[in-house]
Design a protein around this ligand. Structure first.
Ligand SMILES: *[C@@H]1O[C@H](CO)[C@@H](O)[C@H](O)[C@H]1NC(C)=O
Length: 299
């Protein structure tokens, strides 16, 4: 009997070597968001055979069946984490809705031809369900204004997610290095499987940090490949640089007291043209004064 079966199987196999079902493409997203939906696609080629069934399994458990010759071609079976939207499902597509943590797993599409061979092929892929943060990253502890020598100490918090978010701080669009950071810290939030991530930016402001008296601080939270959000904060330099103080004084209604130039300090001349001219004229005045004094003494 067994020999006979083997023989017929071999004969049948030999008779129609072309009639072998093939799966052309299994389109299953590797990463999906919790609460969202997923469209699973399974394209096949019957190679001349007739379709008997398309079946879908999650972790070895059948949850969907399509049999074209049946009165009700679509059947679906309760499986944890798998909710099928039948109206958006067919022989080549299954739509899953209300994805939850339990939806993660190995999904298989299995296609069978008609009797007598019931030639069956399958392909399978993993789906991982991520929990994305409800809000973008939140910044705390930042001031509006800083000056050179001040310490910036601020936290960036990405609310509960699974897996945890990767956080980056950027100073003027350049990723802050480790010596500018503390943390990260991880905390479980309301849901025990959701992790909140905190990263502290901690550095002393240098003159190189300001671009036209502003500094852009940005925090970026990423859960690859589904999620990336950022929050930006523009900081301004609060103290007007000292070299401008002379030109500012008349505005306050005070008489500008002539100051003797500091010859050694070239940095003052570098930035401010007005100041430069002022310095030159007071230098001239000083020379004149010396000359007059000299003339009076020699007279
Ligand atoms: C940032 O959060 C950590 C962890 O909660 C905390 O230890 C630190 O003091 C916070 N830093 C600031 C600037 O709030």
């Amino acid at each position: 009997m067994r020999r006979y079966l083997l023989l017929t199987t071999l004969l049948l196999w030999k008779q129609d070597p072309v009639n072998s079902v093939r799966i052309l493409e299994l389109r299953v997203p590797a990463h999906v968001a919790e609460g969202g939906e997923a469209i699973l696609g399974c394209q096949y080629d019957m190679e001349g055979d007739v379709l008997y069934s398309v079946k879908w399994y999650k972790d070895g458990r059948e949850f969907y069946r399509y049999i074209p010759n049946s009165k009700h071609p679509i059947s679906h079976f309760a499986t944890p984490g798998v909710m099928v939207d039948v109206r958006r499902s067919s022989n080549t597509v299954v739509t899953l809705i209300h994805l939850s943590r339990d939806s993660s797993g190995l999904y298989r599409c299995e296609v069978s031809g008609e009797a007598p061979h019931f030639a069956t092929v399958y392909d399978e892929k993993y789906i991982t369900v991520h929990l994305l943060p409800e809000t973008g990253p939140q910044l705390t502890g930042l001031q509006e204004k800083y000056n050179i020598g001040d310490r910036v100490r601020a936290n960036c918090t990405s609310s509960g997610s699974r897996p945890e978010a990767q956080i980056k701080w950027l100073i003027n669009n350049r990723v802050a290095t480790k010596n500018h950071l503390r943390g990260p810290w991880y905390r479980t939030s309301l849901r025990p499987d959701a992790i909140e991530t905190i990263l502290e930016l901690n550095f002393i402001v240098g003159s190189n940090h300001f671009r036209l008296n502003t500094m852009d601080l940005k925090c970026q939270a990423t859960i690859a490949p589904l999620y990336q959000k950022e929050t930006e904060h523009r900081v301004i330099r609060y103290e007007i640089p000292e070299l401008n103080s002379n030109t500012e004084q008349p505005k306050l209604g005070e008489q500008s007291t002539p100051t003797f130039p500091e010859f050694g300090d070239t940095s003052q001349l570098q930035f401010d043209d007005d100041k430069d001219q002022a310095t030159t004229s007071s230098q001239l005045n000083f020379c004149l004064l010396l000359l007059i004094t000299f003339l009076q003494l020699t007279a």
